[in-house]
Design a protein around this ligand. Structure first.
Ligand SMILES: [Zn+2]
Length: 215
């Protein structure tokens, strides 16, 4: 995933879907040496302790081969009101497309990403639904430390199951898989009659079961 530098159609679709009250902007990425990837909230707080300023919530926009994704993110606002991303990212981009949005504050619980598909392959919708399923399940996890989350056994097994399905379909799409081509599991049946067949109803059931187990 890269940070888009142009507002192409899928990027605009993502901006519309997020529906924030503030205008998106390109902001510089300038992490301190001690800042850690994936820890934007902590990084901004450390920056504020050192240099003042404010924390601004919003969305980092990422563009992949077949999805455009908004990731909940926090950046630093300096005394003059300039936004600066103080968190390093994979691929070390120098700029980030950021959408300020003060509707969701981070309070220790995972905040789901927002995604739009790119292109006409209907399997992209399955990839997005599987990604959303993983986001849904993460809400039943607790954070153990900076790098680890914990599930109860039941929810952890369900999460691992969907994580594998998500990885499989991502690879399948990259390799040109379609609804009617042989499923990635090599069953020789088309995807739509194999792993794609009851995916939506299975997810629906698992959502109910996980909610029950965790209530
Ligand atoms: Zn299959």
């Amino acid at each position: 995933m890269i940070s888009p530098i142009e507002i192409t159609i899928p990027v605009q679709q993502l901006i519309d879907r997020i529906g924030a009250a503030y205008m998106h902007e390109m902001i510089p990425v300038q992490p301190d040496p001690a800042a850690k990837a994936g820890h934007c909230y902590v990084n901004v707080q450390q920056k504020m302790a050192k240099d003042g300023g404010n924390l601004v919530y919003g969305w980092a926009v990422w563009l992949g081969d077949f999805i455009c994704e908004g990731e909940h993110h926090a950046v630093w606002e300096d005394e003059d009101g300039h936004l600066i991303d103080v968190t390093p990212h994979l691929g070390a981009p120098e700029q980030l497309l950021f959408i300020p949005d003060d509707r969701y504050a981070y309070e220790g619980k995972y905040i789901s990403n927002v995604r739009v598909g790119i292109g006409s392959n209907p399997l992209i919708e399955h990839f997005i639904l599987l990604s959303e399923m993983k986001d849904f399940l993460r809400q039943f996890s607790t954070r153990v430390d900076d790098d680890n989350i914990h599930f109860n056994t039941y929810t952890g097994n369900v999460y691992n199951h969907y994580n594998t399905l998500c990885d499989n379909i991502e690879l399948y799409i990259r390799e040109g898989g379609k609804s009617g081509t042989p499923c990635y599991c090599k069953s020789s049946k088309p995807y739509s009659q194999c792993h794609g067949k009851n995916l939506l109803s299975a997810m629906e059931n698992d959502r109910k079961n996980v909610t029950k187990v965790n209530s």
